[in-house]
Write a new protein. Sequence first.
Length: 321
Amino acid sequence: MKDVYTLDDLASRSLLDEGAELPARLAVLGSPVAHSLSPQLHQASLDEISSGARYIRLEVAPGEVAGALDRLQELEFIGANVTVPHKFEALSAADEIDGAATMLGAANTILFEEDRKLAFNTDGPGFVRAIHEEFLVDIKDLRIMVVGAGGGAGQAIATQCAREGCERLVLVNRSVSKAEELATRLSSCFESERLEGPGDRLKVFSLDSPELISESGHIDLIVNTTSVGLRQTDPSPLPSACLQPHHLVYDTIYNPAQTRLLGEASQVGARIANGYSLLLYQGVLSFELWFPGRNPLATMRVSLQSAVSSPQSRGQGIGGE
Ligand code: ATR
């Protein structure tokens, strides 16, 4: 058994399953993929329902995603997760794409059904579930600031917030042009129903804008989707003057468990949560697509706890997973 498999290992079933008790029937595709916690996240739940399936990591180079998925289907895999940088390529390899994946322009879950590949995205819906669990609020009722809205994770979360019809969406990014592009794509979500134009409910700021501090007074939920905070020595991505006691602050980073941002937010009396719940719920929702009617939440929570506390683990609940 290997920690990471490659396309060469897919040459035959016997090669792929050498030394393993169960046949590999689910995989996470990424590059690099060695850090992925998905096998630890899913395996206990697969065992619990006696699926008879093993979950593996598969290193796939850019440009080879469609071929890899074809081969997995030939080998009678149930499905797959797809992580960075393959979420866009996976979408184009699919025969059918669900609403969230279409809107996000990216897929993180594939289900093989007969000879078709169905693509889904559980990152956005997982975020909705995570925020509800952490703060007992609904995205649609919130004024939300997404910090890092130009990156892959930020785009997915901001898009989901727009889909949910959140009260207000403020996109913040170091390079403001990327956030502006996203705002253009999302503007149609804010045009209907209300009298104000999209300009009132959808705004873009550069991370170093002096207006960010006054703007944050009109925000309920701040979400960090930048990679700033992954290293213990990283600063906070947001000026501390932006943080106020009424804020809910969510950092998509789960290890370290408390980033500088969350520490500063907690000090001013804001409620905080980290990306652990996002990692958990995107996994739960993928599992439920592969095994409808099964609820792996309790088991996955326990699996994730031990995986996240392992010394090698470091990451973000979205994008990096
Ligand atoms: P991706 O998710 O697309 O692979 P990334 O390079 O990991 O991108 O960066 C994710 C996000 O973190 C981006 O919003 C990025 O800002 P830019 O679009 O301006 O590059 C943000 N980011 C990364 N390092 C940063 C830093 N030191 N300060 C502020 N934002 C940063």
